[in-house]
Write a new protein. Structure first.
Length: 133
């Protein structure tokens, strides 16, 4: 069951990012709530350069990027549920981004916890990204 929840959450949150960055969503608390409800309070992102970003810092950065990338596209490939123990799941996927003429990709590992108060029934606890060259 968590496999489909995690897959759909990854797709949906990245779709939100694309819409938010491109300015196709209103710059409102209601629209931004898609991100705030999905990320756990202790969420941490390890970016491809090794920098750790806590939830608060990430949310402030995302909020400030509204309509900041008009020619931005993001898509997900090769999703796999690697492991599930109780209400915790670990998934991997490739995240591809196109900004103007530049395409980048990263291998991502995400840790989820089941939480039925979120849009897809799982919340993000941790993400670790590594550049794909």
């Amino acid at each position: 069951m968590m496999k489909e929840q995690c897959r759909q959450e990854i797709l949906d949150l990245h779709r939100f990012f694309e819409e938010w960055f491109a300015g196709r969503l209103p710059e409102s608390d209601e629209a931004f709530a898609r991100a705030t409800v999905a990320l756990g309070e202790a969420f941490v992102l390890v970016s491809p350069n090794g920098r750790l970003t806590d939830r608060h810092t990430l949310m402030n950065g995302l909020r400030g990027e509204h309509n900041g990338r008009s020619h931005f596209r993001i898509w997900i490939e090769k999703f796999q549920l690697q492991q599930q123990q109780g209400d915790i799941a670990i998934a991997t996927y490739e995240e591809w981004q196109e900004i103007g003429d530049t395409v980048t990709s990263r291998q991502s590992t995400a840790v989820f916890q089941q939480d039925f108060a979120t849009p897809n029934g799982v919340k993000w606890l941790h993400v670790h990204e590594t550049w794909i060259e």
